[in-house]
Write a protein that binds this ligand. Sequence first.
Ligand code: C2E
Ligand code: CA
Ligand code: CA
Length: 758
Amino acid sequence: MIYPFIFSSLTTLIFGAALLAQWRRYPGARFTRDIGLVYLALAITPVLFYLREQSTGAVQLGALLGIFASGLAYVSLLIMGMAQLADRPLSRAHSLAVVGVLGVLMAYPLWQGDVSLAGAIAGSITVVVGLLAWRWLWSSQRSERWAGALLSAMGLIQCTQFLLGTEWVAAQMTANTLLRVVLGLVLLQTALQRAIAEAQRLRQQHEHLTQNAHQGIAIAYAQEIIYCNPAFLKIFGLRSLAEFSPEWMNAGIASDELAAVLGLRQQVLDGLLPEARWDGQRRRRDGALLRLRFAIWRTEWNGRAALQTVITDDTAQHDTLAAMLHQASHDELTGLPNRGALLRRLRERCQTPESFGLVLLDIDRFKLFNDAHGHSLGDEVLKTLAATLQRGLADTAEVSRLGSDGFALQGSNGAPASELAQRVRELLARPLILQTHEFFIDVSMGIALFPQTGGDAESLLRAANAAMHQAKKVAGTSVVVAEQRFVQGSGEVLEQEQALRSGISRREFSLAYQPKVDAASGALLGFEALARWHQPGVGPVNPVQFIGAAERTGLIGALGMLLLSQVCEQVVVWRDAGVQLVPVAVNVSPLQMLDPGFPQQVDSMLKRYGVAAQWITLEVTETAALDNMALAQAQLLQLRDLGLKVALDDFGTGFSSLDMLRTLPLSVVKIDRSLIDPMPAPEAVAVVQAICQLATALKLRVVAEGVETQEQAWAAHQAGCHEIQGYFYARPLTPEMAGQWLRAGACPKASATLVATT
Ligand code: C2E
Ligand code: CA
Ligand code: CA
């Protein structure tokens, strides 16, 4: 009699354990847990029955209680498990209600001590649950459809115990054990099928994600790519992965960059680095230049260590921005560089010792021509003249358009200005040939010479303009050379050097602090320190001039360090006064930045004053880095390691700056005044917006400089600039006024009139 009990218990136990093990492996199929527990409850029941029959007193009572407890657990978990199987899981409240009701129901036979009544109740519930499950699951095409029928049969057999009495127990138990085995197999099979379906769904989802991603994704063992998504192929213009080879990819990469990239890949593959990122220019299959961002990390692919690469293609964004910047610096009608571009170029050239001539050229009586022939013909004349000048002066001058009918020629390759004017005369001795007409035109020209007539862009332009107006008084094509203000020879350089030297040793320089504010809230975020020189007996000297002179005479290093020390002193004064500090930006000349000792000098200076690196930032103009990118990058990395943030100043004045933004370890980009000035004109806003988008993608903060009006401030904020600097918020301030700003944390009401110090 005992063997059927043991057999039934053991088989039920094994299937219960198998179901629970399946649940551990795949917790998504909760019914395996519930029904597994049902099986465990069923497994101990025969033991309890046996104990009840074979013992007396307390043990018998204990066995009786056990039978009811396992019966209660069995029916409750059965209901919950089948509901799970049928994808109709019970809420917590419903589960509790089920246990409560069943508890009451089972309490009656317990009270009566009637085991077979309890069995009948449990059996009837099993039949009902089985029928319900049958109904819910029959439509399923999988093995689970049989679960309901099996369960009903089990319930029915259990009920017969009540009708037939205990002598049939062994037969019932054997039949029930068989049914349990079959049900167990059905449930295990169902759990397996569901796990497989879920895995398939996840794989499909994952495939869908990578197949439709805009970023290129590739998996590689070392160099060999074993998987890539369609975006990867599209970026490189490939039809299939077979067309890709590491040799082809690596061919266009500079050897030092390639070595660095391969090094990074190996480090990530070896687990020495969690991930690595870099930017780079690559070639598409058809040779087009791509600007890509790479991110790699280690992954496992078919059980082997592999590298996952994600590639973001910034080419379109970059090209749009480059086109927009071109537009911003070029005249739409003639395609020549515009006034802003001319000014920048002149400023650049005035920083070098090389002399050159500037010719301003204005068409005589152009207004009359326009009135007589109409504007479209006028435009055609301007275009033809622009083309004629560009062609005729290709190797001797840089031509730009100043405004309506004014052009500027800057002598290049050492061509004297007088020769330029002569060439223009010769060009205009022949008629301008338009599509339907031919015209002779006269122009008036004014010549200014650097450095004889003026030492900076603005004075050169002013002088050439005045000379051109003189020339207007003469009929026909005519030229006037601007008066020479002073003659600058080697003696003047010597004089400048002497004055600067004594200025530095007597500490005649001071600093003005121009606030940078949060574009959204107007809160003070930082200052830019701007150098001022009040030369005794001369008065204030323009910083562009004395910084340029310091660069020419080699004194910029000493001057730069003096200014940095003054900034540190000021920061210490503010700190000791207990005000909340903000970072102060110090301008760094290209020549300083390219001095290999510079990072070390800055570090010692900060240490000498005990100023934390977070309170000093550096501003470098793009020309600083332009000459020697590798050195600039190394210097900037050193500065970053010291904790200093570096801003790229005057952004937008040169095309190369786009690459610099991507390659150099910068934190901030300052958009040049010349791009902010035409805001809120829509084209200007579009350019600034594009810069902000690119900068944000590269995780850089954007500062708009030279913001003079509320409209510009609003437009800059809307376009995505994070910080604003300019006369609209404040002119460069004395240290005392800057201190007031610091105490107020923003524009202090008392000094809101923003009095200039300079
Ligand atoms: P920057 O670095 O681009 O400095 C900004 C210049 O724009 C400053 O001229 C500032 O007064 C001016 N500015 C600021 N907001 C506005 C505005 O809303 N409208 C207009 N029209 N101008 C605005 P500043 O002080 O004359 O300095 C001129 C340049 O001199 C600086 O240009 C920088 O290149 C150089 N510089 C000044 N101080 C230093 C210095 O300590 N070291 C070095 N290396 N260069 C310096
Ligand atoms: Ca600056
Ligand atoms: Ca600037």
